[in-house]
Design a protein around this ligand. Structure first.
Ligand code: PEP
Length: 252
């Protein structure tokens, strides 16, 4: 077990209305007051709710995150949102390279790296997602795949910057499937990720924090969060219920 602080990130994905967000955030704020100061909560609503949720959590311990940004700071990019626009709204974190964006928007590691650099440039903390597919895992290529994603998507100096940096290990086969990776799997894989980060960044100091994500529930959170190389969790489905999300945070 470790006593360092834990980062509990809720990714709402494409869910939520002004009414549902008001209820959910209200419940989360009520419960968050009881959490120890070592637990940091981050809520990542869709772009449409960032401003509203940002106003609701103002002055609380909960921080705001976005689910993507574009690398360019402004311009003729219809439908996209730039990192400085997020910073202007009071956003602190931005999830980048989520497997759903890699899958649906064909995002590459090079694009994810450019987005991370843009985010860092305006003081946002990127949460860079990496993870192997079931096929890669079955072929015995999971570690190779993760090392390649780190080499391609993680900017130089990541983590040592004042904005910091976070890596989310999210095995694709565990996302939204109800199939959480085993504690042993998470332990060995995050140890590998730590080594790959140290090799890529050329240092053992100020390495990015490492989160696990993939069907985390209140039932398994405490066990996952007790792994020495795991600094927190990225939660999808279970972040849409205050009971589940707070139950996960209580495991930290
Ligand atoms: C995610 O998409 O980041 C995630 C972890 O989803 P879920 O918790 O629903 O598997």
């Amino acid at each position: 077990t470790h006593t360092a602080s834990s980062l509990i990130v809720g990714n709402w994905k494409m869910n939520g209305t002004s009414a549902s967000a008001a209820t959910l955030i209200g419940e989360i704020l009520d419960g968050a007051a009881a959490l120890p100061p070592s637990v940091a909560l981050v809520i990542c609503p869709p772009f449409t709710l960032l401003d509203r949720v940002g106003r609701m959590i103002e002055g609380s311990v909960v921080r705001l995150g976005a689910q993507d940004c574009r690398a360019e700071p402004k311009g003729a990019y219809t439908g996209d949102v730039a990192a400085p626009m997020l910073a202007d709204l009071g956003v602190h974190y931005v999830i980048l390279g989520h497997s759903e964006r890699r899958r649906d928007h064909f995002e590459t590691d090079a694009q994810i790296r450019a987005k991370a650099e843009a985010a860092l440039a305006c003081g946002l903390t990127p949460i860079i997602c990496i993870g192997e597919t079931a096929e890669e895992r079955d072929a015995g290529d999971a570690f190779l795949r993760l090392s390649a994603q780190i080499a391609g998507a993680v900017p130089a100096g990541f983590g040592a910057d004042s904005a910091g940096g976070v890596i989310a290990y999210e095995p694709v086969w565990a996302i939204g499937t109800g199939r959480t990776a085993s504690r042993e799997d998470i332990e060995s894989t995050t140890a590998h990720i730590r080594q790959a980060l140290a090799a890529h960044l050329g240092t053992d100091d100020n390495l990015p924090q490492i989160l696990y994500g993939g069907s985390v529930t209140a039932r398994d959170a405490a066990s996952i969060l007790s792994i020495g190389t795991v600094n927190g969790v990225l939660v999808g489905g279970a972040s849409l219920s205050a009971d589940s999300f707070l139950g996960i945070a209580a495991g930290a």
